[in-house]
Ligand binder design. Structure first.
Ligand SMILES: O=C(O)CCC(=O)C(=O)O
Length: 360
């Protein structure tokens, strides 16, 4: 394979000119067909290089790990761990969550099979509407971005109505089972998080209408990238909902920002990664900030992540929980989750700009 140094500038320009994500519907197809060593210039992430210099391996040892079963057996201890992880990291890894290994493994297999379907079979789900029940696409929002991202995705809305493709066979059934189980885990975590804030256990659930809340189910695929130091799978962003539960196929790539540094998250087998979203920052009146995270790339292995964002009910006005405002001023104004969701899914992904719009 030719190195960057041996490729002439005209070859580089040709490679750079060939692909623009606003004109393509799959980076997988491009990655598999090009076979070259250069990526198109439109995939060069402005922040890619210098941010990697910032990676902080020493912080990996202090990543919070919470045993879900402690919420039943040793609640006070679990609440203490939740309080610390939510306030200091906005993120934790969750073990003993009760979701069977076999279900997680089957979901990963089906996820891979979906992305391996011929492009024409996935293109029926191409849609720019953030409320489309099933969407297949690439990057994040190619029409609104200056820089594109090296990922393909399937996004579906799985609660309150369950929407999912019927192919490959069995995917829908496995996804349904997983989405239901994840909702139960998220609900129990929200009860614990409420209590860890000194609130009644059902405070966040009731004030956000969680029992009819929106669940967004995303299956990301990041093909090997010939220049992984130049591109990103997803740029730095926080999630829009309350709690995101993420699993990956054993290939690392997720980084979270902690104390201004990027930390690589290499998970234990079958643990779940829990990321606090913007709506949790709002309801907790800023005590539990949403976490910035991003997906980096490698040049050898395809990475898959299955990401379920569990949020409030779409028509619920979300603001800080009123009990918290007995002793402190609100830091955010209220906004319907539907409006927040729409803005955040349609604009370029960037740090916490949408949250800044509602900060008082
Ligand atoms: O793939 C990952 O690890 C991150 C995915 C993510 O941040 C997202 O889907 O919002």
């Amino acid at each position: 394979m030719a190195s960057c140094a041996t490729i002439s500038s005209s070859e580089a320009e040709a490679a750079a000119a060939k692909v623009d994500a606003s004109e393509i519907s799959s980076i997988k197809v491009i990655a598999e067909s090009k076979g070259g060593s250069l990526i198109p210039i439109t995939y060069h992430s402005i922040t890619g290089l210098h941010d990697n210099d910032n990676a902080a391996p020493h912080l990996a040892a202090s990543i919070p790990l919470i045993d879900f079963s402690l919420l039943t057996s040793h609640r006070a201890e679990a609440l203490h761990q939740l309080r610390k992880a939510c306030a200091e990291w906005g993120f934790f890894m969750l073990t003993s969550h009760g979701i069977p290994d076999s279900l997680m493994e089957e979901l990963m297999i089906k996820s891979r099979q979906f992305h391996d379907l011929p492009l024409q079979e996935k293109e029926e789900f191409a849609d720019n509407d953030p409320f489309a029940p099933i969407r297949h696409g690439t990057s994040f929002c190619p029409q609104a971005e200056n820089v594109h991202y090296w990922r393909d995705y399937l996004k579906t809305l799985t609660f309150p109505q369950f929407n999912f493709p019927h192919k490959p066979p069995g995917f829908r059934e496995v996804a349904y089972d997983y989405s239901q189980k994840i909702r139960l885990v998220a609900r129990k975590l929200l009860e614990g998080i409420s209590e860890s804030l000194g609130l009644e256990s059902n405070s966040i659930i009731e004030s956000t209408g969680f029992d009819s809340g929106l669940q967004l189910f995303v299956v990301n695929l990041y093909p090997p990238c010939p220049q992984p130091h130049l591109a990103l799978g997803m740029p730095s962003h926080s999630d829009l909902g309350l709690l995101t539960l993420l699993m990956q196929n054993g290939i690392g790539g997720l980084q979270v920002k902690h104390d201004g540094k990027w930390v690589n998250i290499n998970t234990l087998p079958n643990c779940l990664i829990v990321l606090l979203g913007d709506q949790l920052e709002v309801v907790s009146n800023g005590r539990y900030p949403s976490v910035l995270h991003r997906a980096i790339l490698n040049n050898a292995d395809t990475r898959i992540s299955v990401v379920l964002s569990n949020g409030p009910a779409l028509d619920k006005e979300i603001g800080p929980v009123v009990e918290l405002l007995e002793k402190e001023k609100p830091l955010f104004k209220s906004m319907k989750y539907r409006d927040y969701f729409q803005v955040k899914q349609k604009t370029q992904l960037s740090e916490k700009s949408s949250l800044d719009d509602i900060r008082l």
